[in-house]
Design a protein around this ligand. Structure first.
Ligand SMILES: [Ca+2]
Ligand SMILES: [Ca+2]
Ligand SMILES: [Ca+2]
Length: 556
């Protein structure tokens, strides 16, 4: 851009001076230039004008034309050259102006662009800063949440650890209970001390640390010898995963969260009870027939239509045709405890032995020392109903032999007392106030039982001195059919009621005899072994005994 204006202007004067004095080549060149310019049409008018008269120089000789031409000719282009020069200058100025305008615009636009870029950069930086702040805030939040979660997990783990210990405590207590009772309990306290009677099975059981509906220890006895203990773990502990776990008696949980499987204890092989030989199948074993002097080969030794065992259970002698009590026949002795106000019959050949001096525990031993009848007085401090007391007593009683558990009602001979008989256990219970009187036939379960009927004779003969005087008359009046017998341990606890409500002529005589028997005065000497063998009072006929129909005393 630069050389266009200034350079040409400075060259032109030098060209003029050079043209005049220097080389003809230059002249030629000048001519050529002229030609060129005339060709361009700027000088043509001038060439035509010399032919007209107006111009004085034209009449001058033509040969001289070259020199004036040297001056004039260049002058012609000088006037037209000034015009073009102006134009050139204008163009140049315009160009300069355009160029500077362009430059200014360019600069301005660049400047604008730079400003925009700067703003954009600032905006981006701000965005990045905000994003970083957000990221940091999120990181902090995440860290806080992670810490919170970790803390919660620590607490859960702590609670699960306690659950392990609680399960262990329960299992230990349950094992202790099982050892003592040969069965698991029906219920287990959720917390606190676990004590039954004098035995403390657990000092303090803890409840689940959360203790809502989802979190609690649920104990359930499946059978007497198995249980389930349900526990929910929150995150688990070692081998114990999160969720509900049901432990049983075969899973021993350990403190490290592992579980050891315990071998199931083999079921003890309990003997099935057998009855001793009963040759004539009259219900009296051959040993008992010997005790009561009856015939081992005749089921009704005295042929009075009542079988021998039935007579024994009703305290009658089986070998006398005329009705005669066992006492009258001298076959039994009576044990009378004045201190404890009760009395009992027992075979004369058996040996009485006081375990407690106050007669609260006495045993009557047969010829076979392993078979005896034990009498016992126990406290019933809460004065529970007899059946409740018996249930409580029998719960947890270790079994010595295979037996089912059934319960029958037994009434003593003079109907002054009603009790409970457990035929399979060979036990009878009577209650009075806060005292329980029990009779148990003890035996070696691996050997045949010889005295089952005799045991029932014991139970039927039991009387309380305070009660016996009132009742014989009353009972004799109405329902005293002599044929009632204790339900035998064959599950025949039938609901048959006394049909013989009406008294027969014979019955009156029988009742007289009965009254006499039961209202007899106690022997003055109080000698337990003494048998007051009375001769009188024998009923004329034994027909009063009905044929052994079982009277259900449970209707009372
Ligand atoms: Ca027999
Ligand atoms: Ca017999
Ligand atoms: Ca008979």
């Amino acid at each position: 851009m630069n050389p266009l204006g200034g350079g040409e202007q400075s060259n032109q004067p030098t060209n003029k001076s050079v043209r005049m004095h220097v080389m003809p080549d230059n002249v030629l060149n000048q001519e050529e230039l002229y030609q060129k310019v005339s060709k361009a049409g700027q000088v043509t008018e001038v060439k035509e004008t010399p032919g007209k008269p107006l111009t004085p120089p034209t009449p001058q000789p033509a040969p001289q034309t070259p020199p004036p031409a040297m001056f004039t000719r260049p002058s012609a282009p000088a006037t037209s050259g000034g015009k073009s020069k102006k134009i050139i200058i204008i163009v140049i100025v315009l160009l300069i102006f355009a160029g500077s305008a362009f430059g200014a615009w360019y600069w301005w636009s660049r400047r604008q662009g730079d400003d925009a870029n700067l703003a954009e950069l600032e905006r981006i930086a701000e965005e990045q800063r905000l994003a970083e702040e957000l990221r940091l805030a999120e990181e902090q939040k995440a860290a806080e949440e992670a810490e919170k979660l970790a803390e919660e997990n620590r607490q859960k783990e702590e609670r699960d650890r306690q659950r392990i210990n609680d399960v262990i405590a329960r299992q230990e207590a349950l094992n202790l209970y099982f050892e003592k009772n040969q069965m698991y309990p029906e219920t287990l306290p959720e917390s606190g001390e676990w004590k039954e009677g004098e035995t403390v099975y657990a000092q303090e059981l803890k409840a689940d640390p959360v203790s809502d509906n989802d979190h609690k220890y649920v104990y359930a006895r499946a059978t007497e010898k198995s249980y389930t203990l349900t526990v929910r773990f929150e995150i688990g502990f070692n081998k114990i995963s999160a969720g509900v776990h049901i432990f049983n008696e075969l899973q021993k949980v350990k403190a490290d969260g592992t579980i050891e499987t315990v071998e199931a204890l083999p079921e003890p092989e309990l003997p099935t009870l057998e009855s001793a030989l009963d040759t004539d199948t009259d219900g009296l074993s051959d040993e008992e027939e010997a005790l009561y002097k009856s015939d081992i080969n005749v089921s009704d030794s005295d042929a009075d239509t009542y079988e021998d065992a039935l007579e024994i259970k009703n305290l009658y002698s089986p070998s006398n045709t005329a009705p005669q009590t066992l006492m009258e026949a001298g076959l039994v002795s009576e044990f009378i405890s004045e201190g404890q106000s009760y009395r009992l019959l027992y075979p004369v050949s058996w040996k009485m032995q006081k375990i407690d001096a106050d007669d609260s525990n006495v045993i009557f031993i047969s010829a076979n020392p392993s078979e005896y009848v034990e009498f016992k007085i126990e406290e019933n401090a809460g004065e529970l109903a007899l059946s409740s007391w018996v249930k409580l007593k029998m719960t947890g009683a270790p079994l010595k032999f295979k037996a089912t558990y059934s319960e029958e009602i037994i009434e003593n001979k003079d109907k002054s007392l009603q009790g409970i008989l457990l035929p399979e256990f060979h036990m009878a219970f009577f209650a009075d106030g806060n005292k329980i009187y029990s009779l148990t036939y003890q035996f070696d379960p691996t050997k045949p039982l010889s005295y089952q009927t005799t045991f029932l004779m014991f139970a039927k003969s039991f009387r309380l001195l305070a009660k016996e005087l009132v009742l014989p008359e009353e009972s004799a009046e109405g329902t005293a059919t002599e044929g009632e017998s204790v339900v035998e341990g064959e599950g025949e606890a039938t609901e048959t009621s006394t049909e013989e409500e009406t008294t027969t002529p014979d019955e009156e005589a029988f009742n007289d005899q009965l009254n006499e028997f039961f209202s007899e005065a106690l022997p003055d000497e109080g000698a337990e072994e003494e048998i007051p063998a009375e001769e009188g009072g024998v009923p004329e006929a034994s027909g009063e005994l009905d044929s052994g129909e079982e009277v259900d005393t449970g209707t009372l």
